[in-house]
Design a protein around this ligand. Structure first.
Ligand code: ACO
Length: 400
């Protein structure tokens, strides 16, 4: 028995594991990671093979259903997603309630949570059909809602989805088309966008996915759960990292060796809270397999756009070189993570920095909803972590 200060007892072994470094909170058959070997598998398929041969919507099907689709299943799935891309016109009022300078993540958190107010017809979490419809709605509407965050912030009219474009092209269309002219899709950039979606689609029990599971364990509806995941993703130690990479590059400023070395020294100084953003990972202690794919895509995009000599990108490359050969980073196994390169690609495509985490949220929605679905369709137990109490012992209220 564990006895707490009130003298109450509870049965069983009590472990204390801050940050859940070695405690599994659930069973899952969706994603496998071997951080030591740099392995990431979705339903058994290596991420490198998926990134090379598959595309985002096929990966969504795989994550949700456990198997790759047949050609007929794929066509049906893509049609269904395409036909759910519009959002309710009344949702536009939610956007208009925000200040124009609101962070797009603040808006996204709010509007995704608000979806539960629009879809009363699919909120029965015990009904498999409702769970499926909610998944379709979320995957289909996220690009529309994400692009609307951007359009609102720059004061431009919202752009409606176009059903003849693929998922990545459609997102870029809703971001960059205006009533004065349509964005012309570029295959290299659309492929890069699709890769960014794929490489962020799922990563087992990270902070935001665990948040979605914990929220969902109470029986909360899927839209509320995903809104909670978006809030958790926002932090700079998680999804905010690719935005933080660009902020760091801005802070480094001038592209000079002296400047770069100064920031490397700051990253090593234990009295300075500064960390090299986009380096290190809680699980990957060898390399991040997603970063390898992302680096290749980064080179393709920079070549396509003729940006190989951009000074800020030169700083990024130099940081990478130094970190890979410096004792401090080698000893601590700190390698560039996926967000180091995704930030650089997004900037090159013309996506503003404050939209980076929104794009991560859009991509991760399928992972969140797959974990939520796996949890609520199985033996779900409400999540209720214990604590190690460090406060006062019992004491009497002072007499007045
Ligand atoms: N720059 C400098 N030093 C670092 C960095 C960094 N980016 N990351 C870790 N370290 C150091 C720590 O100071 C610590 O040093 P010490 O052993 O001398 O005390 C050691 O490396 C281990 O670091 P921890 O904080 O224990 O590692 P943890 O697993 O808790 O943190 C994290 C992982 C949060 C990703 C961390 O590496 C970090 O803050 N990186 C920068 C932010 C970032 O890029 N986040 C994106 C993560 S990927 C994603 O969410 C998709």
């Amino acid at each position: 028995d564990v006895v707490d200060v009130r003298g109450l007892t509870s049965k069983g072994l009590f472990t204390y594991d801050p940050g859940f470094v070695s405690t599994a909170a659930c069973e899952s058959a969706i994603t496998y990671i071997d951080g030591g070997k740099g392995v990431l598998l979705h339903r058994g398929y290596p991420i490198e093979q998926l990134a090379k041969h598959s595309h985002y919507l096929e990966l969504c099907y795989l994550l949700l259903n456990g198997e790759l689709p047949t050609p007929e299943e794929e066509e049906k799935f893509e049609n269904t997603i395409t036909h759910h891309t519009m959002v309710h016109e009344q949702l536009l009022q939610f956007y208009k309630g925000f200040r124009r300078d609101a962070h797009p993540m603040a808006i996204l958190c709010g509007v995704v949570g608000a979806l539960s107010a629009f879809y009363h017809d699919s909120l029965d979490i015990n009904n498999p059909r409702d769970r499926e419809v909610s998944a379709f709605r979320l995957i289909a509407k996220m690009p529309t809602m994400a692009a609307m965050c951007y359009k609102y912030s720059v004061g431009q009219p919202f752009i409606y989805p176009k059903n003849d474009l693929n998922y990545a092209e459609n997102f870029l269309h809703m971001m960059f088309s205006t009533p004065c002219g349509d964005y012309q899709p570029n295959p290299v950039l659309s492929k890069a966008m699709d890769r960014i979606f794929m490489l962020h689609a799922d990563h087992e029990q990270n902070a935001s996915t665990s948040t979605v599971r914990l929220t969902g364990s109470t029986g909360a509806n899927p839209f509320a759960c995903i809104a909670a995941g978006i809030a958790a993703l926002w932090g700079p130690s998680h999804g905010g990292a690719n935005e933080a990479v660009l902020t760091m590059l801005d802070e480094i400023g001038e592209d000079s060796e002296e400047n770069i070395q100064h920031f490397i020294s700051r990253a090593k100084d234990k009295n300075d809270p500064f960390r090299l953003m986009g380096f290190g990972h809680r699980v990957y202690r060898n390399f991040d397999p997603r970063a390898k794919v992302m680096k290749e895509t980064c080179d393709e995009v920079l070549k396509e756009l003729g940006l190989e000599n951009d000074p800020q990108l030169h700083i990024a490359k130099r940081l990478e070189e130094i970190a890979l050969s410096d004792e401090y980073f080698i000893e601590r196994q700190l390698y560039p993570n996926v967000d180091f390169y995704s930030g650089i690609i997004l900037k090159a495509i013309g996506i503003p920095t404050n939209m980076f985490t929104v794009i991560f949220a859009l991509s991760r929605t399928v992972g969140w909803i797959s974990h939520w679905k796996e949890m609520v369709s199985g033996d779900n137990k409400i999540g209720r972590p214990r604590q190690l109490y460090t406060g006062h012992d019992v004491r009497d209220y002072p007499a007045k």
